[in-house]
Design a protein around this ligand. Structure first.
Ligand code: GUN
Length: 292
């Protein structure tokens, strides 16, 4: 079994990006600038956004954190998005999800200028992704592709089973694994809450990508020998013995599934850090495109 070490690979990617930033600076050009908008005080969301801002500092990007109250109206948020779209200093920005209930997520995602949509959630970018056109690929799926590529995990002709059809992970992942090229050329099954006899499907899988948010969901008896397992789950589970009062758990029963797997991502330290590295990569790409 080989661990797919997202922490190490994301550090490599961040170092590569920092080198690009040094070159940009040496030429006296503007460094990439990422903005993140967050509504409310959800602990997990604040932690994720904080990590994104910290990662910007580490690679030499500029960053702006826009904190708005949980009671922000849709009109106010749309006005903020318009401001970010028009601010020439901002190369890319993200609206941290989930949003409070008074806000229509689709309306918000549609309002982001596609050339600054480093999350890749705007329908224009999502459509371009499905059509194999150059675009921003959502950071988590992009990070998974990068992990598979850097560990040279074979995907061609393999049966990939994606568990969960979220717009952020499962749906784009199912498209990307079936695209032409590497990592791709895979035969994909997208499973979700209405899928019957899921074990019958997962035991046929060469590659399993779980993005469910149910701790310990994928058990050893649900996988075959030598399976490749990508665990996107990051659920906070209360644990008084831990200083923070919780531990992060993935969707996979790692202890037992890892005994059968050929490659597997740990949680934490697998997909999570890759997401942040790929958001930085998309922001660098946004800057390069805008500089042309
Ligand atoms: N919430 C959970 N994952 C993500 C992500 O990748 N981007 C944004 N904007 N919000 C998220």
């Amino acid at each position: 079994m080989q661990l797919l070490d997202g922490k190490k690979i994301s550090d490599d990617i961040k170092n590569e990006i920092a080198e690009e930033v040094s070159k940009i600076k040496a030429k006296g050009q503007k460094v990439p600038h990422l903005a993140a908008v967050i509504l409310g005080n959800d602990g997990a969301s604040l932690t994720y956004v904080g990590s994104k801002v910290k990662a910007c500092e580490r690679v030499g990007f500029e960053s702006t954190l826009v904190k708005m109250s949980a009671t922000t109206s849709e009109v106010e948020l749309l006005a903020k998005i318009k401001e970010l779209n028009e601010n020439d200093d901002i190369d890319g920005f993200i609206i941290q999800l989930p949003l409070p209930p008074q806000i229509n997520e689709q309306k918000v995602l549609m309002a982001v200028d596609p050339s600054k949509d480093v999350d890749g959630f705007h329908p224009e970018n999502f459509g371009r992704m499905a059509l194999d056109m150059s675009t921003f690929i959502p950071a988590t799926p992009f990070g998974i592709l990068e992990l598979l590529e850097r560990y040279n995990v074979q995907t061609q002709g393999k049966h990939t089973v994606v568990i969960g059809r979220s717009h952020i992970v499962g749906r784009p992942m199912s498209i990307l694994m079936g695209r032409k090229g590497f990592p791709g050329n895979s035969t994909v099954t997208l499973t979700h809450s209405h899928t019957k006899n899921i074990s019958q499907i997962t035991t046929q899988a060469d590659i399993i990508i779980t993005a469910l948010g149910v701790p310990n969901y994928l058990k050893a008896e649900m996988v075959k020998d030598d399976v490749v397992v990508i665990d996107v789950g990051i659920t906070r589970v209360a644990d008084d013995s831990h200083p923070k009062g919780y531990v992060i758990q993935g969707d996979v029963d790692f202890e037992n599934v890892s005994k059968k797997a050929s490659f597997i991502t740990p949680v934490p330290g697998g997909v999570g850090p890759m997401t942040i590295a790929m958001l930085l990569k998309n922001t660098l790409l946004a800057r390069e495109r805008r500089a042309k």
